[in-house]
Design a protein around this ligand. Structure first.
Ligand SMILES: Nc1ncnc2c1ncn2[C@@H]1O[C@H](COP(=O)(O)OP(=O)(O)OP(=O)(O)O)[C@@H](O)[C@H]1O
Ligand SMILES: Cc1ncsc1CCO
Ligand SMILES: [Mg+2]
Length: 257
């Protein structure tokens, strides 16, 4: 499906997205999903997974502020999604900073996410390569992580999306780049985490590669529009939410290279 059709489907279908995300991202992720036209629910308790995950259009998991109870929820939810063919998206935030996080990211990867989205340092390090990541912020170029993305996509049968100045997406065979956005985007915390949540909404409505590509394009279009009005990172955030809601389906194809 082409990206513009998927944006229309997201708005028409208003998919319910189960988000297990971090404390930093919780609010902006929910607002981004709503502004784009879908329905987020932040549900973290292990006791709720069996009831909730099966009724959702997609699941998204972000390990940004990991702890043991949340880790149990993540594994249970991803296992449920995998068993029921519910699309699910993994955001391996800063997984290289500790053995605990690294093991959790690899355990989740083995549960076959439909899409993995991360910055260049996060994708590079998933293959075991040493990168220059600084906590949740990237220290590597998108180009440097492309080989890792292709290898991971082929090994795990998943779509890998790397975000940065120019985004890159691959399923191991096909690839695309997405241009635009603004250097203010990485200055707003958890915007990438919020994008992962939105990718769940797109994955609920269409095939994985197309869904990832459409999500990347929607963010780039909205980021470029917000940058024209913003005075700095604070007002950028406000204008970005408005721009996500205002993005026209036909705009998406213009940022795909
Ligand atoms: N220098 C840049 N110029 C244009 N767009 C950018 C730039 N850096 C990031 N972006 C955009 O910002 C969005 C988030 O990507 P980013 O790589 O910053 O995520 P992230 O590092 O996972 O963020 P976080 O962990 O804070 O949630 C994407 O839409 C990406 O295209
Ligand atoms: C800053 C930060 N720390 C853990 S998660 C997060 C949000 C960006 O990934
Ligand atoms: Mg991130």
């Amino acid at each position: 499906m082409v990206p513009q059709d998927l944006l229309t489907e997201v708005r028409d279908e208003n998919p319910l997205v189960h988000c297990i995300t971090n404390y930093v991202a919780m609010n902006i992720a929910a607002n981004v999903v709503l502004a784009a036209g879908a329905s987020p629910a932040m549900v973290h308790a292990p006791e709720e997974i069996a009831d909730f995950t099966p009724i959702c259009g997609a699941l998204t998991i972000n390990i940004g502020t990991l702890s043991a109870p949340w880790q149990a929820s993540m594994v249970a939810a991803a296992t449920t999604a995998h068993a029921r063919s519910i699309p699910w998206v993994l955001d391996p935030v800063a997984h290289f900073i500790s053995g605990y996080r690294k093991r959790t990211a690899q355990d989740l990867l083995s549960l076959r996410p439909t899409i993995v989205r991360g910055n260049a340092s996060e994708i590079l390090a998933l293959t075991g390569e040493a990168g220059a990541g600084k906590g949740a912020d990237t220290g590597d170029s998108v180009d440097a992580a492309q080989g890792a993305a292709k290898a991971l996509a082929a090994q795990f049968g998943t779509v890998i999306a790397i975000t940065g100045p120019v985004d890159y997406v691959t399923d191991g065979v096909h690839e695309a780049r997405v241009v635009g956005g603004s250097p203010m985007m990485p200055k707003v915390t958890a915007l990438g985490c919020a994008q992962t949540a939105l990718m769940g909404a797109y994955a609920a409505t269409g095939p994985a590669f197309d869904a990832a590509l459409a999500t990347l394009a929607h963010f780039k279009v909205a980021g470029s529009a917000a940058a024209k009005l913003a005075k700095g990172p604070g007002s950028f955030k406000m204008h970005f939410l408005d721009a996500l809601a205002a993005t026209q389906a036909a705009d998406l194809e213009q940022v795909i290279a």
